[in-house]
Each structure stands twice: as structure tokens, then as C-alpha cells.
Write a new protein. Structure first.
Length: 183
């Protein structure tokens, strides 16, 4: 837990299993005026949120054990005033939609810096002036999105998703270990 003893600062819960990234982002957010508390998994995040009652949360999507979506759901359920930003190196349309449905106000694909996170925390309303892509997604990106959708429909069960995709389980695991293509 990284926190200054100034109770006038807004409390922010940062949950990410990458301890180095968490430490660096925590220091940067502290310099930007937040009282930052850190955890490295969903269960520790839930326990810490009960103690510190954060106004903001930044949650990694993919962690060992339950995903960050479980934490988003719990935080939004127990604290109606919290603004949650989801971070992920494995962005997909499906997980973005689910994160927003569960209570997140923003969804950011890594890599991000502290300024990106602060901007997302301060932007809880949608923007109709957001630019729309000029070209459709690539075949590789479409494949990634489809895999994510089928995996979600299979409740995260890789064997079941592989069966539904008519794909060998190991092939699916290899595809899931890769970072998604941008476009």
C-alpha cells in the first residue's frame, strides 16, 4: 500500500498484478494529487476497498485468479460514487462492453501513462465527437475479437471455447498469450 497521510486528497485504489507497473503508476498518480492504495489481485483489492473506501479505482483486467471484471462488479455494487477505469494489455470489444456494463466509466488499452489514467478518471461522460475509424478492422483483429467473444460465452473455459471455435486447445492458448493486434 502506497499512501500519503493527507486525508484531503481523493482516494484511489490501484489493482494490478504487475508489481513494478503498479509501483510506477502509483508514484505518478500520487504526484498528480491522489492518495493511492495498491493491491495485486482481486481479493486483496476487495479487502482494501472495504478499509479505505476509494473515490476512484484503476483495475487491471487480466490477473491471476478472478479477472478484474469481478472487482469492477464488486466495487460498483458496494460504492455507487466510485469511478472505475479498467486497464488491459488484452483489449477487446467484448471485455470493454462488459466492463462498462459492470460499472467502469472508462477502458484503456496498455500501454498507458499516468496522464492517460487521470484524463480517463476525469471523463465520466461519453463524447459524441470521438472520431470513427476510417477503415474496418483487420482480419487478425477480427479473429481476436471473435475469440474473445466465444471465450466470454464459454465462461472463460478454454477447452469449451476451443471446441466452439473448432480449434485445438493448445492453438487457442497460444493465440490468447499473444497481445492483440491494434487494428
Amino acid at each position: 500500500m502506497n499512501a500519503k497521510l493527507d486525508s484531503n486528497l481523493p482516494v484511489l485504489l490501484l489493482v494490478d498484478d504487475d508489481e513494478v507497473f503498479c509501483h510506477v503508476l502509483s508514484k505518478a498518480l500520487s504526484k498528480r494529487g491522489y492518495l493511492v492504495h495498491t493491491a495485486h489481485n482481486v481479493n486483496d483489492g476487495i479487502n482494501l476497498a472495504e478499509k479505505v473506501v476509494p473515490r476512484y479505482a484503476v483495475v487491471d483486467l487480466r490477473m491471476p485468479g478472478p479477472s478484474g471484471l469481478a472487482l469492477v462488479k464488486q466495487l460498483a455494487k458496494t460504492n455507487k460514487a466510485i469511478d472505475i477505469v479498467v486497464l488491459t494489455g488484452y483489449a477487446s470489444i467484448n471485455t470493454a462492453v462488459e466492463a462498462i456494463k459492470l460499472g467502469a466509466v472508462h477502458y484503456l488499452a496498455k500501454p498507458v501513462d499516468a496522464d492517460d489514467v487521470v484524463a480517463a478518471l476525469q471523463k465520466s461522460q461519453g463524447d459524441e465527437n470521438t472520431s470513427v475509424a476510417e477503415t474496418p478492422m483487420s482480419v487478425h483483429r477480427l479473429e481476436w475479437e471473435h475469440i474473445q467473444k466465444v471465450l466470454s460465452e464459454s465462461s472463460g473455459n478454454i477447452s469449451e471455447a476451443a471446441r466452439r471455435l473448432n480449434m485445438h486447445r493448445r492453438t487457442l492458448q497460444r493465440k490468447l498469450q499473444k497481445k492483440p493486434v491494434k487494428k
